[in-house]
Design a binder for this molecule. Sequence first.
Ligand SMILES: [Zn+2]
Length: 222
Amino acid sequence: MVGKRALILLGPPGAGKGTQAKHLAQSFGVPHLSTGDMFRDAVSRGTELGKAVQPIMERGELVPDDLVMKLVEERLSRADCARGFVFDGFPRTLAQASQLDRILESRGFGKPLVIDFAVSEPVLLRRLSGRWTCSVGGEIYNIYDAAPKQPGICDFDGGKLVQRADDRPEVVRERLRAYERQTKPLTDYYRRQGVLEIVDGGAQMAEVSRALEEILNGARRS
Ligand SMILES: [Zn+2]
């Protein structure tokens, strides 16, 4: 990356940012961070924060900002984050973003580079609500883009395909609206700071990779 830099990938569920975050982290040799992984790691290591987070996660509730930020601060203080890192789906709120700015500053980082994966609702609906999973082997199909040979039946083991409750069209629509409401102020915040870039998350994966490369090369020159 550009010397020492924090990279943040934002985008709704189904935007493909997780895959790209993984590629970028690998190619730059920096950690790929998501709060979900950080929570699970803290719980499995039995740290103080892990013990505080575990009951909240078990109840399926949202982890409060102060705990999230403590976890983030602890994670960013580790040696592997010294040169940079790729955040995948964090921050989620304006409050988290401004606290993250303070942490970055205290660790000698400049402003993060923020890339928003913009995807239209029809594309996301197709990606998310087209998804069916094999109840036997867990294989994932998409009835629009990667359909099984026989409707509702897994090609490999004949297992019945099921749709997660989360992936039903009406639930997907609600998830996307909630995401929009929550992150609009966040993207406005980064846009005002001049650090927001947008990629077309609806494009083919190779095209998205190329767009990201261009943005990062531009950031290197500036
Ligand atoms: Zn199967």
